[in-house]
Ligand binder design. Sequence first.
Ligand SMILES: NC(=O)c1ccc[n+]([C@@H]2O[C@H](COP(=O)([O-])OP(=O)(O)OC[C@H]3O[C@@H](n4cnc5c(N)ncnc54)[C@H](OP(=O)(O)O)[C@@H]3O)[C@@H](O)[C@H]2O)c1
Ligand SMILES: *[C@@H]1O[C@H](CO)[C@@H](O)[C@H](O)[C@H]1NC(C)=O
Length: 276
Amino acid sequence: MKLLDTALGKATCFLTVVIVVIAAVLHYFDDPASVKYTSMAEDLKTLEGDFRQHNKSCFILGASGETGKMLLQELLGRNIFSKITLIGRRQLSFEDKAYENLLQEVVDFEKLEDYAAAFQGHDVGYCCLGTTKAKVGTEGFIRVDHDYVVKSAELAKAGGCSQFHLESSRGADKNSNFLYLKVKGQVEAEIEALGFDRYAIYRPGVLLVDRQESRPAEWMARKFLGAFSSVFSTSMSIPIQAVAKAMVSNTLLQPEKKAEILEHADITSLWKSAGK
Ligand SMILES: NC(=O)c1ccc[n+]([C@@H]2O[C@H](COP(=O)([O-])OP(=O)(O)OC[C@H]3O[C@@H](n4cnc5c(N)ncnc54)[C@H](OP(=O)(O)O)[C@@H]3O)[C@@H](O)[C@H]2O)c1
Ligand SMILES: *[C@@H]1O[C@H](CO)[C@@H](O)[C@H](O)[C@H]1NC(C)=O
């Protein structure tokens, strides 16, 4: 038994070393842009400072979701808003002191008109709301991903919100034959028609979710696959943190157009250029 243990231990050890080496090599080749963009990370610091001066407020829809959680964390970390309001169907609780100044509005999405006040007086709105057909069926999916999102945007616009940032999806297309992509495309278009001063659509591919708790084996696998994915399939998937960081960085930039679409590759490149 003891012998087997040692042998296994050695094999694991060896494998780990191999994986780390491969991951390191792949990672090394993966980052050609990081030097070129160092200056952008500095620009962002300046932009953050300028933005902060304006005491702006924002709201987040879907802050309990995978992307929303990261977005909230990123917004708190960069501290660019004087006031952050979470709008959701339930009260969320946070342990960390960093979250103590958050405001929360609990609303009934089926009767959103009754909650117009929750959407009043924000400068910027972020939407990471969504569900799946598998969870709630076709009708439920349309209700959440279309109705709730569009209605929220309408109320925000009516409440004086000037910027709206929508997490949509790669392939969103109102003429698509796939329900998911069609609904995403419709929502994009309907919100554009509301005429926000600024409107940003983010279209990430498959979202990679990083677990919070630490599990060494999983961490190893993730590093390994992560390195692979950055070389071979950055074009397919993206970590949720990357989407969150790109959304916040982009908020600070001055776009040429009122409405902009950030495709998967744009999100990835913005994330990397901002110094991850
Ligand atoms: N998964 C992917 O690979 C992928 C790729 C591209 C784009 N997207 C899109 O990106 C968006 C965010 O995805 P995600 O995976 O970060 O989201 P998620 O973890 O599934 O979170 C969804 C959020 O929406 C809220 N929500 C769901 N059903 C609701 C309902 N009936 N009423 C009120 N709130 C509801 C959830 O609140 P509760 O916590 O209260 O449930 C949660 O805050 C979605 O629109 C998704 O379609 C996903
Ligand atoms: C922002 O808030 C600070 C501190 O409360 C205040 O001194 C400053 O004048 C405000 N700036 C704007 C643009 O309202």
